[in-house]
Design a protein around this ligand. Structure first.
Ligand SMILES: [Zn+2]
Length: 105
């Protein structure tokens, strides 16, 4: 006989705290965060200089990001990651103010 019953209850209504989703997302993909901009939602990851081993072309200024330069990677959180792009940190921050053109599919 069990005098106490633990019946876990789930709240109905489909509302989940946002931290929950983020925590799961971070566990799966690393230290990303979500950013919402006028251009939509992005998953963003900061790359340290030590982790930057290749040169990339920044879509904000069309200049190269040399290896060992700390920068930002951003991609659409709903895709498969193939639209990942590497940005200079400052270009990412200012992308919507600058009116950088976004490659759209
Ligand atoms: Zn740039």
């Amino acid at each position: 006989m069990s005098p106490r019953r633990n019946s876990p209850r789930r709240r109905k209504g489909g509302r989940r705290p946002p931290e929950d989703e983020d925590a799961v997302f971070q566990r799966v993909t690393g230290a990303e965060r979500r950013e919402n901009g006028p251009d939509g939602e992005w998953a963003v990851r900061r790359i340290s200089g030590a982790a930057a081993t290749k040169a990339y072309r920044c879509p904000g200024c069309m200049q190269e990001i040399p290896p060992a330069m700390p920068h930002v990677v951003a991609w659409r959180p709903f895709g498969d990651g193939e639209d990942r792009r590497h940005w200079h940190s400052s270009c990412w921050e200012h992308r919507t103010r600058r009116g950088a053109r976004f490659p759209r599919r």
